[in-house]
Design a protein around this ligand. Structure first.
Ligand SMILES: *[C@@H]1O[C@H](CO)[C@@H](O)[C@H](O)[C@H]1NC(C)=O
Ligand SMILES: *[C@@H]1O[C@H](CO)[C@@H](O)[C@H](O)[C@H]1NC(C)=O
Ligand SMILES: *[C@@H]1O[C@H](CO)[C@@H](O)[C@H](O)[C@H]1NC(C)=O
Ligand SMILES: *[C@@H]1O[C@H](CO)[C@@H](O)[C@H](O)[C@H]1NC(C)=O
Ligand SMILES: *[C@@H]1O[C@H](CO)[C@@H](O)[C@H](O)[C@H]1NC(C)=O
Length: 371
């Protein structure tokens, strides 16, 4: 989500996007494994629209030449770092840390100079209230544009992350620009083609496996492992109680889960034909695939399901519902009763309200293709 924010920000401001070199990513960095965004996205597809530069090149071009704040050079004149902290400490000293985050602010583009507060925006464009949601406005103007390098930290001001949707944080006054940015994310920030190709092999096997049932499979994402929202940690019977009326009993259901104990699912095995990654990945020829891609492959499988039911609060589920929205499919349902139809109802639910990461909003994937 933070990556979508910085990519759209760079695109909107005409800035060069500096991306980190390989580093340990949350849940993907086990055993010291390093990843870079290019492992998951086709960055060359962004480069038709904006300039992208890896961190080591930026450090060589701007850091070593004394081009940054106080002419400070990178520690040890290095351009690559084994330890992350010295690098990011340096970047925070030598560049301008982006001053606001999505919890308190919305960053606005294309507004006249006098429309520089949320009150002024309310008068100018009352409908923007739904996105502002009580936050302050930061108008991107000449003062910010004059800063040479802006750094989006993962823990700015000591603790907060850019854990929000780009379309609920970056506001484009011009509707056509807004739609362009959303299309850019849809069309260029999807997972790499080779990840889609692998997922498609699984989808093909699942469809064939479900052949007795209109060639369709359904999918449920059940997040349990590291999940901090205990209210969403239901037992399996509770989960399937909410599922019954949207997925017919007897259906072939692909389960996306981080639950390692397969007996957890036993109580519903007579009700549904449950299928898992383990059932098909060998037949799909995915034995040699980098295991760090499994989560992405499973998101794509779920996005291809007839009906999808997900875990509320989970950003992993949320991206599945966004992809389904992009594809014109019913985005899906949640097994938590209070939120079951959150993606179905129009009205306030259409807009991204505030710094909210717990789900997607239809505004992300609806009416993007202007005539
Ligand atoms: C993927 O993750 C595993 C551990 O989960 C790690 O050993 C491996 O190096 C990672 N692969 C890559 C390409 O980083
Ligand atoms: C870094 O390079 C500069 C310029 O060549 C030099 O003056 C400085 O001593 C170097 N610093 C370190 C820690 O090597
Ligand atoms: C907003 O614009 C008005 C009129 O141009 C100006 O007087 C005011 O200082 C600006 N406020 C901020 C917060 O930039
Ligand atoms: C579907 O997959 C299950 C589990 O792998 C297997 O037992 C069954 O034979 C398959 N059915 C068809 C029609 O492919
Ligand atoms: C797996 O789950 C079952 C039922 O939920 C439980 O009885 C069993 O103790 C669990 N096994 C492990 C190894 O956690």
């Amino acid at each position: 989500m933070a990556l979508e924010i910085v990519v759209v920000f760079a695109l909107a401001t005409g800035r060069t996007l500096v991306l980190p070199d390989k580093y340990p990513m949350y849940l993907l960095g086990k055993g010291g494994a390093l990843q870079k965004f290019g492992d998951f996205y086709d960055i060359s597809s962004w480069e038709k629209y904006l300039e992208v530069m890896p961190m080591h090149e930026y450090l060589k071009k701007e850091g070593l030449t004394g081009g940054l704040k106080n002419k400070e050079r990178p520690p040890g004149n290095a351009t690559t770092f084994d330890r992350q902290k010295p690098l990011w400490d340096y970047i925070r000293r030598a560049t301008d840390v982006f001053p606001v985050g999505p919890d308190g602010h919305v960053v606005a583009f294309g507004l006249p100079e006098h429309v520089n507060t949320s009150q002024a925006l309310h008068k100018y464009h009352p409908e923007a209230d739904a996105i502002i949601d009580g936050r302050n406005l930061l108008r991107y103007g000449s003062d910010l544009h004059a800063r040479k390098s802006l750094h989006f930290t993962s823990m700015y001001n000591g603790g907060k992350r850019y854990l929000a949707h780009f379309y609920g944080f970056l506001y484009f006054a011009d509707q056509k620009v807004d739609a362009f940015m959303k299309r850019f994310v849809r069309d260029h920030m999807h997972y790499r083609n080779d990840i889609f190709c692998r997922a498609t092999k699984m989808i093909d096997l699942l469809r064939r496996n479900a052949s007795d049932k209109n060639g369709g499979y359904d999918a449920i994402h059940i997040r349990r492992g590291d999940f901090q929202f205990k209210e969403a940690r239901l037992e399996i019977e509770g989960i399937f109680k909410a599922v019954e009326d949207v997925i017919d009993p007897g259906s072939l259901v692909y389960i996306v889960t981080d639950e390692k104990n397969s007996t957890f699912f036993d109580p519903v095995r007579d009700l549904y034909r449950l299928r898992f990654y383990e059932d098909f990945y060998k037949a799909a020829g995915l034995e040699d695939m980098d295991p760090n891609l499994t989560g992405m492959v499973e998101q794509i499988i779920a996005s291809g399901a007839r009906t999808f039911v997900g875990t509320y609060f989970s950003t992993f589920t949320a991206f599945i519902t966004r992809m389904r929205g992009y594809l014109g499919r019913n985005p899906g349902f949640y097994y938590l009763e209070n939120f079951k139809y959150a993606l179905q109802s129009p009205g306030k639910n259409f807009y991204a309200s505030g710094a909210n990461f717990v789900r997607e909003w239809p505004v992300a994937y609806t009416n993007l293709d202007l005539a």
